[in-house]
Ligand binder design. Sequence first.
Ligand code: ATP
Length: 254
Amino acid sequence: MSLLSLEGISKRFGGLQAVSDVSFSVDQGSIKALIGPNGAGKTTLFNLISGVLPPDSGTITFNGTKVQGLMPHQVASRGMARTFQHIRLFPKMTVLENIMIGRHIHSKAGFVAGMLSLPFTWNEEKQIRGKSLEVLNFLGIAEFASAEAASLAYGQQRIVELGRALACEPKLLLLDEPAAGLNMRETAEMGRLIARIRDTGITVLIVEHDMSLVMNISDEIIVLSYGRKIADDKPLAIQKNQEVIRVYLGEEDA
Ligand SMILES: Nc1ncnc2c1ncn2[C@@H]1O[C@H](COP(=O)(O)OP(=O)(O)OP(=O)(O)O)[C@@H](O)[C@H]1O
């Protein structure tokens, strides 16, 4: 069963057709990767799916309802969480507080009341703290709970970002280049964490340039080139796809 499906999605920026008639679906509980050369339209697609940009045409169905045209917070509250290419942590706040911010999306009192520690939110605050600690334990970074986010190594900060998205208890996790800037060991660790997240039942859509990571963890891969989908298949078939090989070799020649 598909959790997310796109039908005929297009987006133009002035004279540039950034995304052109793209359709695909992501099965519940799977990892699907979105790959393609620079400028292929991957981030634009993420922005369309998460409500940051409205599509010019087409439909996006998430968990049985149409979500195109909704605001990002409306999409998020339906169970979609996202990480970004560049780390967006609050550097002066602790790791636990950064995770708790993700959880506050779910709280009745909301983010502002939570941060102001208004008395009527105390119980909820305790619950959020408990859940956030669970996330830190799951990711193996509980020892850093009270550390300032900025004091962590870059690779650990990336894991905190993942934790903040996980704290929203999403049905679908959108990961935009989670291995960017990581070394080989950290990239392998990130891959293991993403696979473990999928194994808990969370569906993952990932944009990533690191091909070893993509090939290792993806159940299916979509390839974009100049805004068009040119392939949508299992990793082994993608590796043998002549058009995909041509697009990537072309990039290396450039
Ligand atoms: N807000 C915008 N206004 C104008 N053009 C844009 C905008 N956002 C993206 N583009 C253009 O749309 C095309 C697709 O960009 P996008 O960032 O989606 O590609 P990408 O596949 O994510 O690339 P990368 O791998 O480099 O992140 C590019 O040509 C880009 O310059």
